[in-house]
Design a binder for this molecule. Structure first.
Ligand SMILES: Cc1cc2nc3c(=O)[nH]c(=O)nc-3n(C[C@H](O)[C@H](O)[C@H](O)COP(=O)(O)OP(=O)(O)OC[C@H]3O[C@@H](n4cnc5c(N)ncnc54)[C@H](O)[C@@H]3O)c2cc1C
Length: 393
């Protein structure tokens, strides 16, 4: 790897908008990523390997369930938590995805919808990284429209019996517990969440192979055939599609920060490369106007994205955030990051396609990030519905 090392990105003294704890959390995470993720991530990406060895150190730094209170969780503010995801995704979107799913899609619903017994059983162990979780909402036939799901639960004595297929499930085959969303037959097909231990009879997880994106993250299909769980495994606070959507809102918030990390990694690499690389009259390519235009576009969009998500984070801390605010941040920031990755790749010329540099990996990762947790277009419709009052799904 050439002499290109991440230097941070701050054009308009964004740091001055953060408090001391927020800067400390950001800097601690940045150092963790620099020391532990950057040295191994290209190898993980090539091999399609999730760096499981990082789970314990991440737990020790309080990254899991970071914004939850009690159960050993760090009780971070929403901006602190966001800065953690930004820095993790500066390392790799796959690693950030793991943390988002574990925290926002598994610990959060247990915390929000679970019984004391469920919380005491799972949350401390998940905070320590001793137990891992996955979130099963998407099905082979139902992605953007999860309300169409076919997975069913039916009551049988003091148990529920679950049947169905889930697809594209992050961490599916490494999870100890799956939050499975199913229509409950005895309740008029109301959608409810269940905690399903992955070693139960009839539960199977098979990994998706041949991914060109999020290669350092595990993605699986889940099959549930007559999986029996005690009625105590129902998350009692869940009811209707609103429940999984509340979880997605948590995760989308982290994604909107995370995408900035990926964009920063690409921009900073492209900027440093442009100053070193010479073409025509022995001049650095950074001296050419068209290259500068790309760099100016990127730093402007990164800066706008930072301000947008910071405001959303402050609203979240104040209990005033609405789902359309989070949709705007997810939609804008992921699009922005993908554009930055494409422009940065272009600035590196042929070198841009090699994994001596992180850009192509980020670019491929961001294609998934654009699609999951509500596609770019679905968030367009959410914003459209919010401003017009008319549903256009
Ligand atoms: C790597 C990866 C990890 C994932 N992890 C998880 C996970 O952990 N848990 C989980 O439950 N899911 C997960 N997902 C699934 C993800 O959330 C879905 O892929 C996503 O919701 C989109 O669904 P789909 O792929 O079925 O696309 P579709 O819904 O089929 O959409 C295809 C295209 O049609 C467009 N479209 C659909 N409906 C409309 C409409 N009404 N108007 C306009 N355009 C429309 C979409 O915007 C998109 O462009 C993951 C996906 C990936 C790629």
């Amino acid at each position: 790897m050439p002499a290109i090392k991440f230097r941070g990105v701050d054009f308009i003294q964004f740091d001055s908008l953060l408090n001391d704890e927020e800067r400390l959390v950001r800097d601690t995470t940045r150092k963790f990523v620099e020391d532990n993720v950057i040295p191994i991530i290209e190898e993980c990406n090539r091999a399609g390997r999730f760096p499981r060895e990082l789970v314990k150190p991440m737990a020790e730094l309080g990254f899991f369930g970071a914004s939850l209170h009690g159960y050993g969780c760090a009780g971070m503010g929403n901006v602190e938590y966001g800065l953690v995801t930004q820095e993790l995704e500066r390392g790799d979107s796959g690693l950030r995805s793991f943390v988002s799913v574990h925290s926002a899609l598994v610990m959060y619903p247990i915390y929000t919808f679970g019984t004391d017994e469920q919380k005491n059983r799972w949350l401390p162990a998940m905070q320590k990284g001793e137990k891992l979780g996955c979130f099963g909402l998407t099905e082979p036939g139902f992605g953007s429209n999860p309300g169409g799901m076919r997975t069913r639960a039916r009551k049988s004595g003091k148990e529920y019996v679950l049947d169905g297929e889930k697809m594209w499930i992050t961490s599916g085959s490494i999870a100890d517990v799956a939050v499975i969303w199913a229509k409950v037959e005895d309740e008029g097909d109301r959608i409810r969440g269940f905690l399903v231990e992955t070693d139960r009879a009839g539960f199977k997880a098979d990994d998706v192979h041949g991914k060109w994106s999020l290669r350092a993250s595990v993605t699986s299909g889940l099959s549930l055939q007559d999986v029996r769980v005690p009625e105590a495994n129902l998350l009692p606070g869940t009811g209707g599609l609103k429940s999984p959507l509340m979880c997605l809102n948590q995760a989308r918030y982290g994604i909107a920060w995370g995408a900035i990390g990926a964009a920063m990694a690409c921009y900073d690499c492209a900027l440093q490369y442009a100053l070193l690389r010479k073409q025509f009259r022995d001049q650095p390519i950074a001296s050419h106007q068209l290259v500068q235009e790309k760099l100016a576009w990127m730093i402007t969009e990164i800066t706008k994205a930072q301000l947008l998500i910071l405001q959303v984070g402050r609203l979240k801390d104040a209990g005033k955030v609405e789902h359309q605010h989070i949709s705007m941040a997810k939609r804008n920031n992921v699009w922005m990051a993908l554009e930055c990755a494409r422009m940065s790749r272009d600035i590196l010329g042929a070198n841009g396609i090699a994994d001596d540099y992180p850009i192509m990996r980020h670019m491929m990762n961001l294609e998934s990030v654009k699609t999951y947790e509500g596609t770019h277009d679905i968030h367009t419709l959410i914003i459209g519905a919010s401003v017009t009052g008319v549903d256009a799904f």
